[in-house]
Design a protein around this ligand. Structure first.
Ligand code: ADP
Length: 239
């Protein structure tokens, strides 16, 4: 079976700064993998290149059999890649349901009319917002905003989910809800690349981790082993 995501020799520079240097890794279908590293190590830049938000200066990105290296974000989304952001970015004048519905338009499967509304309700129920589609976004608590953000990502029915510090800012009981939700997705076979600083979440969710420092991959392997490596501990403490 081919890899769900295969990144080879990815490269990105911003002027004189090499933000990502020769980064290669892959995700098997259904794997939940942590992309870790101190601030400024290049994680978001890698996510941006996968989602098509930033052009690569070198290397290739394959999603299953498809080369998505040069695709723009809307085409990458149609190939089955969805993303959440650290800061929830809802459209505040729309309802919860409308926010999720809008994401359907960017998905790789098209749904219209009643079918679309049913899909929105299904995704809202999955994230714990059943029956709350008509609420104003401004009324949502922080965890519910996160849930909506996840429902928006799932509305496009992705095969690969990029979670960029989606759990950040949650209190301990909310964090448990967030981890449970990702574990649910894991149970459904979703492939997830997780950028996350909360080690409790990484340990609970990721069988494998990739650690970056100063634009390069410095460690990769089973989470428990990788997180115990001196080079990884040093990279974090040096932050
Ligand atoms: P991380 O997500 O690991 O915190 P980033 O990918 O955001 O790291 O950043 C990697 C490096 O690239 C940092 O030095 C950052 O300042 C730089 N960088 C990121 N985006 C840009 C940009 N649009 N223009 C210039 N430099 C950038």
């Amino acid at each position: 079976m081919s890899e769900a995501l295969q990144i080879s020799n990815l490269h990105k520079r911003f002027g004189g700064l090499i933000a990502v240097r020769d980064v290669s890794f892959s995700l098997a279908p259904g794997e939940v993998v942590g992309l870790l590293g101190p601030n400024g190590s290049g994680k978001t830049t890698v996510m941006n290149m996968i989602s098509g938000a930033l052009p690569c200066d070198g290397g290739t990105i394959r999603l299953g059999q498809t080369d998505i290296t040069k695709m723009k974000p809307h085409r990458v989304a149609k190939q089955g890649v969805a993303r959440t952001f650290q800061l929830v970015r809802p459209l505040p004048t729309l309802t919860v349901g409308e926010n999720v519905l809008l994401s359907l338009a960017f998905g790789h499967r098209r749904h219209w009319g009643r079918e679309a509304r049913e899909l929105v309700e299904e995704k809202l129920a999955f994230v714990g917002l059943a029956g709350r589609g008509d609420e104003q976004v401004s009324n949502l608590t922080y965890i519910d905003q996160k849930r909506m953000e996840m429902a928006r990502a799932l509305a496009s029915e992705p095969e690969l989910l990029l979670l960029d510090e989606w759990l950040a800012g949650l209190n301990p009981s909310e964090l448990k809800i967030g981890i449970d939700l990702v574990q649910h997705l894991q149970g459904q076979g979703m492939t997830v690349l997780l950028v996350e600083h909360i080690m409790e979440a990484v340990r609970a969710l990721c069988s494998r981790c990739i650690v970056m420092s100063a634009g390069e991959v410095i460690a990769e392997g089973p989470s428990a082993e990788v997180l115990a490596q001196p080079a990884v501990i040093k990279a974090y403490l040096g932050d």
